[in-house]
Write a protein that binds this ligand. Structure first.
Ligand code: NAP
Length: 297
């Protein structure tokens, strides 16, 4: 609930020296602050971003400020082929991923389709994380240890009717931005249920976090009216994304979270997700349809 997102998160004071966190979308907002939070505790950073210039800047800044390595891979989450390429590269690599944070996300006021002919918010906010998880699942299981975190959202509650697989591109429905955002976040929670079963007793955990209402660039790709109202009505009440970063560090590193899996947190407070996100049959349907949609076997 919103009130838990306004609390201060629990803090983890342990360091995470020499470990590796993989973060998607670390060039802005929550992902950027999270990369800095982990780096300040001695953790090496690997990020997956769409923008080369911003990624270089991030690398320089983090390596200058903290004594860690900060590398990046480039992928545009609007392109299935890009995400599959980086997913396969990571799956074939020998690097050990200690924490994996799925953070990339957008909010669009109008319906748009990607070049893959998929509704854009669904593709960027959910299918990107699905592909990476799908391609890395055997590697992570073999590692016997990894914490996977979704930067999810209270917005999942707006998908009142779950994930509408009969109209995923919103051809028949009226496009309502909060519902589309909620559908993508709900699909992510569905994938958490399935992967939690897959990782049972393997040492790998998977959890989701609502990062609070924080002031970032999200939604700034929308038109001037949206941006005006965001600045007027949203940003004054939004907190600094350092709050989200502290929560994502706690969930990824603290000892208390060692065997905790398939849970939804508002920052670091345990919460019940909406029933439609917690429906195992719906989760199976989402999993099977996602494999087909992105063309994986
Ligand atoms: N802000 C909030 O209050 C809030 C609340 C609940 C949940 N969230 C969730 O938090 C996550 C992070 O969002 P944020 O608020 O930090 O927004 P943000 O400042 O806009 O950051 C989003 C990150 O995702 C990247 N990204 C966007 N589209 C991409 C694409 N097609 N391919 C690859 N990367 C892409 C952005 O890259 P560029 O730097 O190149 O744009 C940026 O690094 C999202 O999943 C969002 O749904 C945010």
């Amino acid at each position: 609930m919103a009130k838990n997102g306004n609390k201060n998160p629990k803090e983890c004071l342990e360091d995470f020296n020499g470990k590796l966190v993989l973060i998607t979308g670390a060039t802005s907002g929550i992902g950027y602050e999270t990369a800095k939070e982990y780096a300040s505790h001695g953790t090496n950073i690997l990020s997956i971003n769409r923008n080369e210039e911003k990624s270089k800047k991030l690398k320089q800044e983090i390596e200058k400020e903290f004594n860690v390595k900060c590398d990046y891979l480039i992928a545009d989450f609007e392109k299935i082929s890009d995400v599959i390429k980086v997913g396969k590269k990571l799956a074939d690599s020998k690097i050990k991923i200690d924490v994996l944070i799925h953070n990339v996300g957008i909010h669009l006021t109008g319906r748009k389709l990607t070049k893959d002919n998929i509704e854009k918010v669904f593709q960027v906010n959910y299918l990107g994380s699905f592909i990476i998880n799908y391609l890395l699942k055997e590697k992570l299981k073999k590692q016997k240890n990894c914490r996977i975190l979704f930067v999810n959202s209270e917005g999942h509650r707006f998908a009142f009717y779950g994930v509408p697989w009969n109209d995923i591109n919103c051809n028949k429905r009226f496009y309502w931005d909060l519902q589309s955002y909620g559908i993508a976040k709900t699909a992510q929670l569905h994938s958490m249920i399935i992967l939690n079963d897959y990782y049972k007793n393997s040492g790998v955990t998977i959890n989701a976090c609502h990062p609070g209402l924080v002031k970032t660039n999200i939604g700034m790709c929308n038109g001037p009216v949206y941006r005006f109202f965001k600045k007027l009505l949203n940003d004054p009440f939004a907190r600094h994304p350092k709050i989200s970063a502290k929560a994502l560090y706690y969930l990824g590193v603290c000892k208390e979270m060692k065997n905790v899996s398939a849970k939804y947190f508002s920052l670091t407070t345990l919460e019940e997700p909406a029933p439609h996100a917690w429906d195992k049959e719906a989760a199976k349907e989402t999993w099977i349809n996602s494999i087909k949609l992105v063309g994986l076997k």
